[in-house]
Design a protein. Structure first.
Ligand SMILES: NC(=O)N[C@@H](O)C(=O)O
Length: 285
């Protein structure tokens, strides 16, 4: 199943994309793509629906982040050795974990908002996964029982805020619209192997990142066990698994996003995102 959330920011309704690619309204069945709906029983109920009986949604409404009421957005840093090399650091011996502020989460095609004065806003295509059944101290062998599905994430990053001032990475990772999620939450049954997915990102139509999740240092199964050693994972939490090489920071010379550019990105089977780059002060209100 491909689950979506559509409509204006903050008032998104749940929906699904049927086998013909038509957007269907799920708001008569569930209140949101969130929480317990993501548990195995919730997803089984949705899978049992006859999509043809759901109302179609006219037009092409805005898509919101494909999961609602996200409790936390956990990210894995430097999870591709060639990205670690371009970032100038050694591949980590254990997963690097950081959080992005929930206020950075936005729809897949919402604009990237350049923070005031930003000169080093960068792109990062990533495979993200969504927790269904939560847990603590999850065994690696049980990882698949805990994943509701997968989606695309652009881990937008302001490198000066992230790396050139005091503290950890949070400041550079958390600005508004720095975490587009979607277009769809693709349920886990549709992804045979999360470690065999191509991912790509273009700026103004020019390929910048091309990778495959097979080259991650720490695969999804290890990430879920590792993260749950440090925090309880809950239904609707999202974990983004790191970016392959080709970020702007790693170019020679480094190249960053400018107002007026367009970023497109995607992951095999999970759909694509498209973001216009605009100044924060020009954001639609
Ligand atoms: N360098 C940096 O910020 N990288 C991470 O976000 C990552 O995904 O590897």
């Amino acid at each position: 199943m491909k689950l979506v959330r559509f409509g204006p920011k903050g008032a998104e309704k749940p929906g699904m994309i049927d086998g013909q690619g038509t957007l269907r309204d799920l708001s008569g069945v569930i209140d949101d793509v969130a929480g317990d709906v993501l548990l195995p029983a919730g997803l089984a109920k949705l899978a049992g629906l006859d999509a043809a009986t759901l109302p179609t949604v006219p037009g092409t409404p805005r898509l919101g982040p494909c999961v609602g009421r996200i409790g936390k957005l956990v990210c894995i840093g430097l999870n591709y050795s060639d990205h670690a090399a371009e970032a100038g650091v050694a591949p980590p011996a254990e997963p690097v974990i950081f959080l992005k502020a929930n206020s950075s989460i936005c729809g897949p095609d919402d604009p990237i908002l350049l923070p005031r004065g930003s000169q080093k806003t960068d792109w990062e295509v990533e495979l993200a996964f969504v927790i269904g059944k939560g847990g603590r101290y999850i065994e690696e062998a049980d990882w698949a029982d805990h994943v509701a599905g997968y989606c695309v994430c652009n881990d937008v990053s302001e490198r000066a805020y992230q790396l050139e001032s005091t503290g950890q990475w949070t400041k550079g990772k958390s600005a508004d619209n720095f975490a587009p999620l979607g277009p769809w939450l693709v349920t886990a049954d549709e992804i045979a192997d999360p470690q065999a997915l191509d991912l790509w990102l273009d700026v103004d139509g020019v390929r910048q990142q091309a990778g495959n999740t097979g080259t991650m240092i720490f695969p999804v199964r290890e990430i879920i066990a590792y993260v749950s050693r440090f925090m309880t994972l809950e239904p609707g939490d999202v974990i983004s698994t790191g970016t392959p090489p080709g970020v702007g920071m790693g170019k020679k010379p480094p190249t960053y996003l400018r107002k007026g550019q367009t970023v497109t990105l995607g992951v095999d089977g999970l759909g694509a995102q498209r973001q216009a780059v605009i100044d924060w002060d020009d954001r639609p209100l």
